[in-house]
Ligand binder design. Structure first.
Ligand SMILES: [Zn+2]
Ligand SMILES: [Zn+2]
Length: 443
């Protein structure tokens, strides 16, 4: 196929984009705003891309969220898996999806995915489960054509320890911490869930936490000490470095050779001239909580975490002969760590440090290309099996999504994402026509 007849060909519809929200996200298009105008800006010649928002458990573990995402798309009763359910003491089956949002989903009809925050980590978990044929022999990692993430905590974040997770005994939660208050809120919302609006739907029916399934006395017990918050099957634990190390030990998140990967990494630092860009009053109000949280994240002492995260041994420290020689390290570990920690372990978007937003696994164990956002930036050609990492300065955890402000950063992001997805669609189109030709030779 030549570029000339390309335009005259009746093009197939663009491959739909699935959007997955982050922690406490409501999975609704309302907040995300008018982004689709910019996503489709380069689509004059064909129809607009279909966008599907999928709501999954806003406080649930990555495993539970990935299962809910799968069945929301294909339809049917959510099956968390017999072994998983037994191990984590909740029911095997969850809600019934009477109709799937994309029942034709298959290796032949794959989908694009975009996740904000743990929505990104959820997509990685989903592709890992597809690779394991978790939902049956018919599923395949090829069903995920592209993974696009914004500020995803692939490798965990120290914020969970700052907010309440015990640094040396996760998933235990410190009493009277913000994390502990959050777990009380979760139990109250879950208990009264049959009476509450859909916006507060926590997707926890498999745990029997509502007043239909548990007594007020049991609720009080859970408010005192929560089985949910202090389990290995909840979102906060999945954001610990321990959980991330567990995932990476099985090579979860290793790039699939036929999937396209792109991550967007936000940093509150402003090295370039981006700080001189006009900011709206709304943006500056929204950024305040992230500015407050950024300081404890950047000054966090990683050496207090037990078991020690694997990156402390392998990647986080700038190796120098002075600090690494002999057993001095053991005696003065905290001072050595804080003085020689690499920048990407301190720099953050107010929620997640940079190194964790890049991609799963350290750079030496995965294929990756890192780019700085700049004015005359040209999009690289799509290359499957490689993470394309985009750095954004002067941006916080929610600068791009989920709250629409319509500023330059957001318009630029959605326009460039739209172009990227079209080039992947084209790449696939070409690739498929070649492989059909190849097949024809053998038939
Ligand atoms: Zn579970
Ligand atoms: Zn990398």
């Amino acid at each position: 196929m030549t570029p000339h007849n390309h335009h005259h060909h009746p093009k197939s519809a663009p491959i739909p984009l699935i959007i997955v929200d982050g922690f406490l996200g409501c999975g609704s298009a309302v907040l995300w705003g008018k982004f689709s105008r910019f996503l489709n800006i380069s689509s004059e010649k064909c129809e607009n891309r279909r966008i599907i928002f999928v709501r999954v458990g806003p406080v649930s573990s990555l495993h539970d969220r990935a299962c809910e995402l799968y069945y929301a798309l294909t339809g049917g009763t959510v099956d968390y898996g017999a072994d998983h359910a037994k191990l984590h003491k909740h029911a095997r089956y969850g809600r019934v999806n009477k109709a799937g949002m994309y029942p034709q989903w298959s290796p032949e009809q794959p989908l694009h995915f975009l996740g904000h925050s743990i929505g990104g980590s959820t997509i990685i978990k989903l592709q890992f489960l597809l690779k394991q044929r978790y939902f049956g022999p018919h599923v395949h990692p090829d069903m995920v054509l592209s993974v696009n993430t914004i500020s995803a905590p692939f490798r965990g974040t120290q914020l969970v320890y700052i907010l309440g997770e015990c640094a040396d005994a996760a998933p235990a939660v410190r009493p009277l911490s913000i994390g502990s208050l959050l777990s009380k809120w979760v139990h109250l919302v879950a208990f009264f869930s049959p009476l509450l609006p859909e916006l507060l739907d926590l997707h926890v029916e498999a745990r029997s936490l509502s007043f239909r399934d548990m007594s007020p006395v049991s609720l009080l017990k859970q408010l005192w000490k929560s089985d949910w918050a202090e389990s290995h099957d909840a979102a906060p634990y999945d954001m610990t470095f321990e959980a991330a190390d567990e995932r990476e030990s099985t090579l979860e998140g290793r790039a699939h050779p036929r999937t396209f990967y792109r991550s967007h990494v936000a940093s509150l630092n402003s090295r370039l001239l981006t700080s001189s860009l006009p900011t709206s009053p709304l943006s500056s109000i929204l950024s305040q909580p992230f500015r407050l949280l950024s300081h404890p994240i950047s000054t966090f002492d990683y050496s207090v975490i037990q078991p020690a995260p694997s990156f402390l041994e392998n990647d986080a420290l700038i190796l120098s002969s002075v600090s690494r020689s002999s057993d001095v390290v053991k005696n003065t570990s905290s001072t050595v760590y804080s003085s020689t920690l690499r920048e990407e372990y301190k720099e953050n978007d107010g929620i997640v440090p940079l190194f964790s937003q890049w991609h799963p696994l350290p750079c030496r164990s995965t294929q990756c290309r890192h780019f700085e956002h700049s004015k005359n930036f040209t999009l690289p050609s799509p290359d499957p099996g490689t993470w394309n990492v985009y750095h954004m300065d002067a941006a916080n955890h929610i600068s791009l999504a989920p709250c629409w402000t319509g500023n330059f950063q957001q318009r630029y992001f959605w326009t460039s994402l739209g172009q990227w997805l079209y080039s992947i669609d084209d790449h696939r189109h070409l690739h498929n026509s070649f492989s059909t030709d190849e097949l024809d030779q053998y038939n």
